[in-house]
Write a protein that binds this ligand. Structure first.
Ligand SMILES: NC(=O)c1ccc[n+]([C@@H]2O[C@H](COP(=O)([O-])OP(=O)(O)OC[C@H]3O[C@@H](n4cnc5c(N)ncnc54)[C@H](OP(=O)(O)O)[C@@H]3O)[C@@H](O)[C@H]2O)c1
Length: 299
């Protein structure tokens, strides 16, 4: 097993940022995509690009044979169309890497597994109770890894992230296009995480996390969805986006997209801070959004 090789399955937005951070720590990184046109972006992030499709186990085996110290699985449950998803890709990863285990496997999941929380505080002990097809698929994917950890010794840990933002992932474009609608709903709390704090959490889950455990990776201070939109609009000197009710958006969105807007989870990062030793650089969007907009060149 290479002590210093990390494999990133699904080296997209988060993956490329993760690759840069790992490379800066002297870790060799292989990052996967499905089509060759993505390879240059992965190489520019300091990783060796490789082609892999989770639905094709033969594309995963040569990567497992390189015996990475850690595998980061950043691939979401694969959409089948019509708000349906499959976790067959996750099953393939679990099977292939259980046969040739890395030192650790870190799965990036989402807080959609908790379902609607109506503004309640949420932590790793909160029961998994998804309220959407995407959330159910996430919970099923987590279970695939937890089963493989228990039954086959795959050293998998689960990281659950709320909304991820950062340079290139802000509300700027949608606000500029007038395409964003504020949810006028007092209960609409959102926890978020800046991509760089997420990356720190993923690396810490590898180095300090334990197999079979779950970690919520989120900022310190949730804000309401309206505040998030108002903050971005005011920093960019753009008009406030229109305000709508839950009912206004319900029929325009799939069940999963609607539940993403109304999940209202206030997430605790106590475990991330105390067990993984990660203190967010951006305690809330009030610090993180200006930094992201500056890096985008918008401020
Ligand atoms: N956005 C959020 O707020 C949020 C919140 C919580 C969790 N997450 C999760 O965080 C993870 C990373 O997000 P991201 O923004 O970095 O996503 P992204 O930029 O869309 O990248 C996704 C990556 O997954 C790869 N992929 C998709 N289907 C695949 C398949 N069948 N086999 C192999 N690779 C496949 C894509 O490959 P190609 O480049 O070839 O398409 C791409 O490299 C996702 O699982 C996402 O759901 C996101």
């Amino acid at each position: 097993m290479s002590e210093t090789l990390a494999l990133i399955l699904g080296c997209g937005y988060v993956g490329r940022r993760l690759a840069r951070a790992l490379a800066a720590q002297g870790v060799a990184v292989v990052g996967t995509c499905r089509t060759p046109d993505r390879a240059a972006g992965i190489a520019a992030a300091g990783a060796e690009p490789a082609l892999a499709d989770l639905l094709d186990p033969d594309s995963l085996r040569p990567l497992a044979e390189r015996r990475p110290a850690v595998v980061f699985d950043l691939v979401r449950p694969l959409p089948l169309g019509g708000d349906e998803y499959t976790v067959e890709g996750t099953r393939n990863v679990a099977r292939v890497f259980a046969a040739t285990p890395p030192g650790a496997l870190v799965y990036l999941s989402s807080t959609s597994v908790y379902g609607r929380r109506e503004g309640e505080w949420t932590d790793e002990g909160t029961p998994v109770r998804p309220s959407s097809p995407a959330g159910e698929a996430r919970a099923a994917a987590e279970q695939v890894y937890l089963d493989a950890c228990r039954d086959a010794g795959l050293p998998a840990r689960i990281c659950r992230a709320p909304g991820i933002y950062g340079p290139g992932r802000t509300l700027r474009e949608r606000l500029e296009l007038g395409a964003y609608r504020r949810l006028d709903d007092e209960e609409h709390w959102v926890s978020r995480i800046h991509v760089d704090d997420l990356v720190a959490g993923l690396i810490a889950a590898w180095r300090r996390g334990a197999p079979g455990e779950s970690y919520l990776l989120c900022d310190d201070e949730p804000v309401t969805g309206a505040e998030y939109a108002e903050l971005t609009a005011s920093l960019l000197d753009l008009p406030l986006p229109p305000s709508v009710s839950r009912e206004d958006i319900r029929h325009d969105l799939s069940k999963s997209a609607f539940e993403r807007r109304v999940g209202a989870r206030r997430c605790s990062n106590r475990r991330m801070r105390e067990e993984l030793g990660v203190i967010p650089i951006y305690p809330s969007v009030r610090e993180g959004v200006p930094a992201a907009l500056r890096e985008e060149g918008a401020l």
